[in-house]
Design a protein around this ligand. Structure first.
Ligand SMILES: Cc1cc2nc3c(=O)[nH]c(=O)nc-3n(C[C@H](O)[C@H](O)[C@H](O)COP(=O)(O)OP(=O)(O)OC[C@H]3O[C@@H](n4cnc5c(N)ncnc54)[C@H](O)[C@@H]3O)c2cc1C
Length: 453
């Protein structure tokens, strides 16, 4: 029986909130059953690499089961690109091992420092949702340890109901032990990127619409402090994988070698005064002015997909109190919500360094999976005493436009808001009551939004 490491404060990537949890670090899959069976803690939640921003992988006063030592690759079929591995394997490891062999992960978020378990439980999306859907799309099956201790296989054919409750199901249906999913064959470790600066929101939205058919990847950085006629001015970055023939001569003979890269560490927490409307405005103006406007810029996958990973602990930038990432998605017809949110943010001066806009294609059958067809806007806000009331006001705008917030990022949503945004919550709760009648699985988030008592 693995002993818990210790009671310790645990947080998500936003470093807010921080809760005291008892952390377990099992090395073998069979130890998970022992931990759940012993019931030494009132409840448990699985944790991957802790890259969710809020409180979905923390559990105040309960157990947190870190799955990171379950990091074995179990099989790879070269013919189909299907990888079988344990849930603690990271995207970073998969890319290190398989990109040199010509395979990439078909859906990656803006960081590769996430685990397979985390990717399934949040049904993560990338810059290609409009073309390829979310991670659940490439997922074939997984092995799930239920709270009862039973281990079941879940796929679209077998235990399909539990499969779709687990894809995006924020870790509350069981502990994912292993998974099988498809990797994508790519012609090199590089992407050709076209940059486009747009003067306002209409400009970026119409450019996104037009790009859908021709670019696999697309996302826009939005200057969220621009207002008036410049509201929503952006730099749109659209890309496609590129074959060796499209690479500079020096790279053609070794097209999967991205080369080494210097990765600095943010050494300390920024003081609160460093983040003020003036410094953020200056950052946004400079970012917009210096962004390349070029076409066909060859960029390696690391730089294109995971730009922030190169600065270790960049989350310290928001100071000791941490930050909240507010990701809102609204249906295509409700794009006016994006205008209203950008106006409210510009007026408040509470802007974030990075604001990102993407288009989503159709969602999937995941009961709590986040993506719905439409636009998604992501903003960071430093935590201070005035933040919660401000976000509650933004929530009203999101609700008015039939939108929803992403649970992987959330730290403040109320139960009423959650129920209004995720209409299939009742189905999800009913299924959970069947497979976890004692609420052995629970997290700080699930209690906050009323999914578990
Ligand atoms: C810089 C940055 C950029 C990001 N960009 C994006 C983006 O573009 N798109 C996007 O979708 N997300 C994005 N994210 C969020 C991130 O991709 C997700 O939160 C992801 O789920 C984190 O995975 P993790 O391994 O860190 O999981 P954790 O954060 O540790 O846990 C996430 C959830 O998974 C559950 N879980 C973990 N392991 C298991 C398991 N074995 N069994 C059952 N449940 C489990 C946890 O209980 C929790 O509910 C970004 C995060 C960062 C820091």
């Amino acid at each position: 029986m693995p002993e818990p490491v210790k009671n310790q404060p645990v947080a998500g990537w936003g470093r807010y909130p921080v809760h005291e949890c008892r952390e377990y670090r099992p090395e073998k899959r069979r130890s998970i059953g022992d931990i759940l069976g012993e019931r030494a803690q009132p409840n448990y939640i699985a944790r991957g690499l802790g890259r969710s921003y809020g409180d979905t992988a923390i559990n105040e006063g309960g157990g947190v089961i870190s799955c990171l030592r379950l990091d074995r690759m179990l099989g790879f079929d070269e013919a189909t690109g299907v990888l079988h591995c344990e849930a603690g394997v990271s995207f970073s490891t998969i890319i290190d091992v398989f990109l040199p062999r010509g395979y990439f992960i078909p859906v990656t978020p803006g960081t590769k420092l996430i685990s397979i378990g985390g990717a399934i439980a949040n049904d993560v999306h990338g810059k290609n949702h409009h073309r390829d859907g979310s991670f659940g799309h490439s997922l074939i099956e997984f092995e799930l340890q239920l709270p009862s201790g039973e281990i079941i296989n879940c796929s679209r054919e077998q235990n399909a109901e539990i499969f779709w409750a687990t894809v995006g199901g924020i870790g509350l249906t069981g502990i994912i032990l292993t998974a099988k999913f498809r990797l994508r064959k790519v012609p090199s470790g590089f992407v050709t990127v076209d940059y486009l600066k747009t003067k306002d929101l209409d400009g970026v939205l119409s450019a996104i619409h037009e790009s859908d058919a021709t670019y696999q990847y697309s996302m826009a950085w939005v200057d969220c402090l621009a207002s008036g006629r410049s509201l929503g001015r952006s730099v749109l970055m659209r890309g496609n994988h590129v074959g060796p023939g499209g690479l500079p001569a020096a790279k053609r003979s070794d097209p999967f070698n991205m080369g080494g890269r210097f990765s600095p560490t943010l050494p300390f927490d920024f003081p609160q005064f460093a983040l003020n409307p003036l410094s953020i405005r200056a950052f946004n103006v400079v970012f917009y002015a210096l962004s390349p406007g070029g076409q066909g810029v060859i960029t390696d996958c690391d730089r294109y997909f995971f730009p922030l990973d190169s600065i270790h602990h960049w989350n310290r930038m928001y100071g000791k109190r941490g930050f909240v990432q507010y990701q809102v998605t609204v249906p295509t017809a409700e794009v006016q919500a994006i205008v209203e949110i950008l106006q409210a943010v510009a007026k408040s001066g509470k802007a974030s360094f990075l604001a990102v806009l993407k288009k989503f294609g159709q969602g999937n059958e995941g009961l709590l999976s986040h993506p719905i067809e439409g636009f998604t806007l992501t903003l960071d806000f430093a935590v201070n005493d005035r933040l919660a009331p401000f976000l509650r006001e933004l929530d009203k705008t999101v609700l008015k436009h039939n939108g929803r917030l992403y649970l992987a990022k959330d730290a403040v949503m109320t139960p009423e808001t959650f129920r209004a945004m995720y209409p299939r919550w009742e189905e999800y709760k009913a299924l959970r009551q069947r497979i976890d009648p004692d609420n052995l699985l629970s997290s700080s988030l699930s209690r906050r939004v009323g999914l578990t008592p």
